[in-house]
Design a protein around this ligand. Structure first.
Ligand code: SAH
Length: 349
């Protein structure tokens, strides 16, 4: 190993043979050994006990950390949700959240971008604007940090900061790394990509035809209202989103989720339910109702329990299948749409 050669920023998101090249090693088994440790969440060379002592100290010398990110803060709320802020190699900060449900199942909620360019008016991340895309290793590292907190984490959702379909290649690269059965071995069915409705991304995911779960943030089934709430609707209006979803379902043949953030007196009327019922015609979907999680800098309100139950009754009448998402992570501003950090320096909470 020549220690003066350039080292990568991270050892994650690389296959064993890529590790060999990146670390200027010659023996293929060393790549496989390092890969095996990394995908068990071991990031400390000293613990990679089947590497020779010499190699371990050479690695320590030339690349002191296998990770490009460091954990800045760690916050837990009363639901057990844990939000971490990570500093990236260039000083930018992102957040990732660990959520545990009633059955004790742990889900890693990962970010795909630093900030977001989509401008959804109800989402706190949108207030940051877009700083940059994350690279695959930065996505994988979020999972690794969460795994250190909870070794039983088994599911992944791309519902953190950013629009995953706007960073498609790196997100897919991260997913295939996390999926590899010789590595973290997370089944595709345990991974969900959530999108605000970027049609080219939905089409590209359909073409891959993998059993990755898809969630589409619909929020409104009326073009005028949706454009007001989600400017992305101007570029990809409802008919185009629906057409892409029909095509997606024809190939992938899997039920997907429509996320519907409920905003007080905005999108929960009887008429809104009718429009939603008409949008889902011809699609096999589950509507996930999410009461809006407050963000101090945004003017929307959460609907009352009465308003929500009127809306769900209407959906039932119209035969729209739905589930209610119970907010977890609110206590640490880690629930859907609450992630935001100042571009550099401290995170906002
Ligand atoms: N950009 C992707 C993924 C990130 S947002 C997308 O739009 O799907 C993840 C989910 O949180 C989306 O369904 C989004 O509509 C929802 N969301 C955003 N802000 C919210 C808020 N303040 N309260 C509740 N849900 C919110």
């Amino acid at each position: 190993m020549n220690q003066r050669r350039k080292m990568p920023k991270s050892l994650y998101a690389m296959k064993p043979n890529e590790l060999l090249g990146a670390l200027h090693l010659e023996k293929p088994f060393q790549g496989r050994q390092i890969y095996r440790w990394l995908t068990r969440g071991i990031v400390d060379y000293e613990k990679m006990t089947d590497l020779s002592k010499t190699l371990r100290s050479e690695l320590q010398e030339s690349m002191p950390s296998v990770l490009s990110t460091t954990v800045l803060t760690h916050q837990e709320d009363e639901t057990g949700a844990i939000k971490i802020a990570l500093r990236l190699h260039d000083g930018l900060i992102i957040e990732a959240v660990l959520l545990t449900d009633d059955k004790g199942r742990s889900t890693a909620c990962l970010s795909s971008q630093v900030g977001c360019a989509m401008g959804c008016t109800f989402c706190r991340t949108a207030t940051m604007g877009l700083e940059r895309n994350l690279q695959a290793f930065e996505i994988v590292e979020q999972f690794v940090h969460l795994l250190h907190i909870d070794p039983s984490v088994s599911h992944i959702v791309f519902m953190g900061m950013g629009e995953p379909m706007a960073n498609f290649d790196e997100v897919i690269k991260a997913i295939s790394f996390l999926h590899d059965s010789d590595g973290f071995n997370i089944g595709y069915r345990r991974i969900t990509i959530s999108t605000c409705g970027l049609v080219p991304g939905i089409k590209a995911l359909g073409e891959l035809n993998l059993p990755i779960k898809l969630a589409v943030s619909l929020v409104a089934a009326d073009d005028k209202l949706r454009t007001l709430l989600m400017p992305v609707n101007k570029a990809y209006p409802l008919t185009e989103v629906k057409e892409a979803l029909v095509g997606y379902q024809a190939t992938v043949q899997k039920r997907f989720t429509l996320e519907y953030v409920m905003l007080k007196e905005q999108n929960t009327s009887y008429e809104d339910a009718t429009k939603l019922a008409s949008f889902i015609r011809g699609l096999d979907v589950m509507v996930n109702l999410i009461p809006w999680n407050p963000a101090a800098e945004l003017a929307w309100e959460t609907p009352t329990a009465k308003e929500i139950s009127r809306f769900t009754k209407a959906l039932e009448q119209m035969g729209v299948p739905y589930t209610r998402r119970h907010a977890r992570g609110k206590g640490v501003n880690g629930a859907c749409g609450q992630l935001a950090v100042q571009a550099r320096g401290r995170n906002t909470q």
